[in-house]
Design a protein around this ligand. Structure first.
Ligand code: PEP
Ligand code: MG
Length: 767
C-alpha cells in the first residue's frame, strides 16, 4: 500500500492529544507548566528521549529554550539563539521543518554545553508560526542516527500547526493572569480577568460590552442621573422616534437577512400599534408619573404577564417588550436621542438569547456575544456562525455584574474572554487579526473547479442557513447549494409562514445561485430545533420524537404549503432539488414523493407557474436505511449523507450532549462502513451521493470519502477554502488505500492505529 509504514510512534494519538491542548492549558498554572506538559506529550508520542520548545522573544529577537524533557533542565532560559543560528535558528529562518539524521555533521549544528545535547544525533524540528508571526520552534531528538522519518516530520508539522495557536494563547493568558490584580480597574473586573468558556461560533472581537441584565433581553434599569423628557409631548415624540428607528434597522437588516428582515421587529411594531400599551403609559404620565417611570411600570406589567404565560411564544415576547421599552427610554433622554443602535459595535453579555434576539443583534452590528449560562441552543450557535458573530458560552453569571462599556476581548476561536485586556493582550490579538486578513488577501481568487492533486473533479457545494451566506458561497465559487436548511425562516415567525411568505425566500435562493444546483431540504424541525409557537411538541425524547419528515407527514397541510412554495419558486429552474430529511422507510419516502406530486397537481389546477419535475432525494441519517439502501437507490434521484445525525443515531449518542461526546466517533467502523455502503449503492444505481454533515470538512474524513469514491461535498461556506486546499493536495490512490485500510478493521483501536500511521491523510496542508 503506498506510503504506508508501521511506526514505533503514536501519531494519531499525538494529534488527538494536541487537539486537547486547550484543556491542558486550562489545567496549567503558568506557561512553563503548560510548555513542559506539551514537550513531555510530544516526546512520548514520538518515542523520542528529547523534546524541547524554544519560544521567540520579540524584544531580543532570540529563540529561547523554554521547556525540555531529556536535555539538562538547567539550560531552560539560558540557551538562546538568534534566527538562523544553529539548527533551531535555521528552522525558524527557513520556516520549514528540518530533519537531520546526524546532527553533529551538519555545518549549522551548534553545541550547547549546558544543554548536554551532544549525544543526540537525530534531530527533527518544526517552526511554530501564526500567519507571519514567529512563535517558536518545536524539537525532538534521539541518540540513534536516522531515527526520524518523513512520517514523523509530517506528524510533527500537523502538531505544530495546532500548537502554535495554543502557545500564542497560553502566552496571552498567562501574561494576562500576571497583570491580573495589579490593573486598577473596577472590583468586578479584577475578579474576572481571564475566563475560559466554550466556543459557539469562531472569531474574535474587542469592544465595550452591553449587559442584558434581566433573565431575558435588554435591561430596563437606567442611570438615575440621566435627564429625561418630562412631558407627554416629549413621550409621544420618543415613541415616534422609536418607530422610525426600528424602520431604519429593519431596512438595514433587509440586506443581511432578507428572509426574516420584515419579521424581526414584527412584535415591536404590533406592540407599538397596540393602543393599550402606549395609552397606558400616556395615562400614567397624565396622572403625574414621570415618562421614564411610566414606561418602566407599564413595560414591567406586560413583561410579568407574558413571562408567566404557559405559551413559549408569549414568554419569548417578553424580550420584545423589554427591548422596546429600552428603546423608548433611550429616546426619552434629552441628549443623543438619534441613537438607533443600542448594541452597535458592542459585545453583548446575556444570560440567554433566543434565535430572534441573535437576528436582532445582527441588525445592530453587534461585535460578539457572550452567554453566561447553559441556555444555549444549537440554533443560537448555528445562527451566530452563519452571521459571523463570535460567540462564547461561559458558565459565569458574575459577568452580568460588569459595568456597561467595560472593554472585553472575546477570542471565540479558543473560547476565551479577557475582561479589561491590557495593551499587550490587545496588541497581540490585533496582530493576529492583521495576519489573518493578510493571509486571506494573499490567497487569490478561487479556482473555477475543485480538483484533487491528480485531477479528480470534486463538487464542492455550500450548506446555507441564511440567505446572507449566499454572497460568500458565490464568491468562493461553490458548486451550488447542497443543503438549504429551511428551518430559519420558520423560527423567527410567530406562526407557520404561509406559502406566499415562503415562496420569495426560496425564489431568491434559486435566483442568486442561478444555473447551479439548489437543494432545498424540507422542514427539519423538532428535536433540538423547536418552534416557539409549537408548544404541543414538548416531548420526553425529542430527538426520537415527532421531528423532521415525521412532522411534515403528520401535518400534511403545512408540508403541502412548503412544497407548493418550493415548486413555485423553482419554476424554470433546471437544477432544483427537494430533499427529505430523516427518512426511515421506503413508505415514508413514497409518501413524501406523493406529497410533491400532489402539490404539483394542485398548482396546475390553480394555474400557477411551477416546476413540475424537481429532482427528489433523501438524507441518509438513520441506520435503518442501510440494509434497504439499494431499494432506496432505485427510487431516489440522489442521496445526501447527514453525518451529524447519522453518527448520533448509529451510535446512540446525543450530538449536543457534552457528557457523552467521547462516544461520538465519526471513525467508528459501523459509521465508516455505513457511509461506504451508501456510496456504493448510489454508484451502482447511477445516482448522485453527497455528504452534507460536519464530517465533510474534516481533513481525515475528506480523504476517506474521496477514497471510497465520493466526489460531492456540501459544507458551510466558510469551510470551502480549507476543504479545497486539502483536496488540492490529495492523491486519490493514497486516499483509496487509506479508506480500504480503514474499512478492513473492526475495532476502534485498530481504526486509530490506521489513522496513526497515515498522518498524510489527516494533515491540513495549509492551516
Ligand atoms: C446532518 O444531520 O448531518 C445534517 C446536515 O443535518 P442537520 O445538521 O441540519 O441536522
Ligand atoms: Mg440532520
Amino acid at each position: 500500500m503506498p506510503r504506508m509504514k508501521r511506526k514505533k510512534g503514536d501519531h494519531f494519538n499525538l494529534l488527538c492529544d494536541i487537539g486537547e491542548l486547550a484543556g491542558l492549558l486550562a489545567g496549567s498554572d503558568n506557561i512553563e507548566q503548560f510548555l513542559q506538559q506539551t514537550v513531555v506529550m510530544v516526546a512520548r508520542h514520538l518515542d523520542a528521549p528529547v523534546g524541547s520548545i524554544y519560544l521567540y522573544e520579540e524584544a531580543t529577537r532570540h529563540l529561547v529554550l523554554r521547556a525540555t524533557v531529556g536535555l539538562n533542565p538547567a539550560a531552560v532560559g539560558k540557551v538562546r539563539l538568534s534566527i538562523g543560528e544553529g539548527l533551531v535558528g535555521k528552522t525558524m529562518e527557513r520556516k520549514r521543518h528540518l530533519r537531520e539524521g546526524r546532527a553533529s555533521g551538519n555545518p549549522h549544528f551548534k553545541f550547547f554545553e549546558e544543554a548536554d545535547e551532544a549525544r543526540f544525533e537525530s534531530f527533527l524540528a518544526v517552526p511554530l508560526i501564526r500567519g507571519d508571526q514567529n512563535i517558536g520552534v518545536l524539537v525532538v531528538q534521539h541518540e540513534q542516527e536516522d531515527y526520524f522519518d518523513e512520517v514523523d516530520a509530517m506528524a510533527l508539522r500537523a502538531t505544530a500547526s495546532q500548537l502554535a495557536g495554543s502557545v500564542e494563547n497560553a502566552r496571552l493568558m498567562f501574561h494576562f493572569q500576571r497583570m491580573g490584580s495589579t490593573t486598577p480597574v473596577a472590583e468586578a473586573t479584577d475578579r474576572l480577568g481571564l475566563i475560559k468558556g466554550e466556543s459557539g461560533a469562531a472569531g474574535f472581537a474587542l469592544a465595550p460590552i452591553a449587559v442584558f441584565k434581566s433573565g431575558h433581553g435588554p435591561l430596563l434599569a437606567y442611570r438615575p442621573d440621566t435627564e429625561f423628557a418630562s412631558t407627554l409631548a416629549g413621550f409621544r415624540k420618543a415613541v415616534d422616534n422609536t418607530h422610525q428607528q426600528l424602520k431604519t434597522l429593519q431596512a438595514r437588516l433587509a440586506q443581511r437577512l432578507p428572509e426574516s428582515a420584515a419579521l424581526i421587529f414584527e412584535a415591536h411594531f404590533m406592540i407599538l400599534k397596540d393602543a393599550r400599551f402606549v395609552a397606558r403609559m400616556a395615562e400614567k404620565i397624565e396622572s403625574g408619573l414621570s415618562p421614564p417611570e411610566a414606561v418602566r411600570s407599564v413595560a414591567r406589567y406586560y413583561m410579568d404577564l407574558f413571562s408567566s404565560s404557559s405559551s413559549a411564544y408569549l414568554r419569548e415576547k417578553t424580550h420584545d417588550i423589554e427591548d422596546l421599552a429600552r428603546r423608548i427610554l433611550r429616546n426619552l433622554r434629552q441628549i443623543g436621542t438619534d441613537d438607533t443602535d443600542l448594541c452597535s459595535g458592542r459585545i453583548v453579555i446575556a444570560r440567554e438569547l433566543f434565535p430572534s434576539d441573535v437576528l436582532k443583534l445582527a441588525s445592530e452590528d453587534v461585535r460578539g456575544i457572550i452567554l453566561v449560562s447553559g441556555g444555549v441552543t444549537s440554533h443560537v450557535a448555528i445562527l451566530s456562525r452563519s452571521l459571523q458573530i463570535p460567540l462564547v458560552i461561559a458558565d459565569r453569571p458574575d459577568l452580568l455584574d460588569l459595568p456597561d462599556n467595560t472593554p472585553v476581548l472575546v477570542d471565540a476561536d479558543m473560547g476565551n474572554i479577557y475582561v479589561n485586556p491590557d495593551r499587550e493582550v490587545k496588541k497581540r490579538f490585533q496582530a493576529r487579526e492583521t495576519a489573518k486578513k493578510r493571509a486571506a488577501e494573499t490567497t487569490g481568487p478561487p479556482p473555477d473547479e475543485t480538483r484533487t492533486a491528480d485531477g479528480l473533479r470534486v463538487h464542492l457545494m455550500a450548506n446555507i442557513n441564511l440567505l446572507g451566506e449566499l454572497v460568500l458561497a458565490r464568491r468562493l465559487r461553490a458548486d451550488g447549494v447542497g443543503l438549504y436548511r429551511t428551518e430559519f425562516p420558520f423560527l423567527v415567525r410567530s406562526t407557520f409562514p404561509s406559502e406566499e411568505e415562503q415562496m420569495p425566500i426560496y425564489r431568491r435562493l434559486i435566483e442568486e445561485m442561478a444555473g447551479q444546483v439548489v437543494t432545498i431540504r424540507t422542514l427539519d424541525i423538532g428535536g433540538e430545533k423547536n418552534l416557539p409557537y409549537l408548544d404541543s411538541t414538548v416531548e420526553a425524547n425529542p430527538e426520537l420524537g415527532l421531528r423532521s419528515i415525521r412532522f411534515s407527514l403528520r401535518y400534511g397541510d403545512i408540508f403541502a404549503q412548503q412544497l407548493r412554495a418550493i415548486l413555485r419558486a423553482g419554476a424554470g429552474a433546471a437544477q432544483l432539488r427537494i430533499m427529505f430529511p430523516m427518512i426511515s422507510s421506503i413508505d415514508e419516502l413514497r409518501q413524501a414523493r406523493q406529497a410533491v406530486a400532489e402539490a404539483a397537481a394542485s398548482l396546475a389546477v390553480d394555474g400557477l407557474e411551477h416546476n413540475p419535475t424537481p429532482k427528489l432525494g433523501m438524507m441518509v441519517e438513520l441506520p435503518a436505511v442501510l440494509d434497504i439502501i439499494d431499494d432506496f437507490a432505485a427510487e431516489v434521484d440522489f442521496f445526501s449523507i447527514g453525518t451529524n445525525d447519522f453518527i448520533q443515531y448509529m451510535l446512540a449518542v446525543d450530538r449536543c450532549n457534552k457528557t457523552v461526546a467521547d462516544y461520538y466517533r465519526p471513525y467508528h467502523p459501523a459509521v465508516l462502513r455505513g457511509i461506504d455502503r451508501v456510496v456504493r449503492a448510489a454508484r451502482c444505481a447511477g445516482k448522485e451521493v453527497a455528504v452534507c454533515g460536519e464530517m465533510g470538512h474534516m481533513p481525515v474524513f475528506i480523504t476517506f470519502l474521496i477514497g471510497i469514491g465520493l466526489t460531492r461535498f456540501s459544507v458551510d461556506p466558510q469551510f470551502i477554502p480549507q476543504v479545497r486546499r486539502h483536496l488540492a493536495a490529495l492523491d486519490t490512490a493514497m486516499a483509496a488505500a487509506f479508506a480500504a485500510a480503514l474499512l478492513k478493521e473492526t475495532s476502534l483501536s485498530a481504526m486509530k492505529e490506521i489513522l496513526n500511521t497515515h498522518p498524510e491523510a489527516c494533515h491540513d496542508p495549509n492551516p
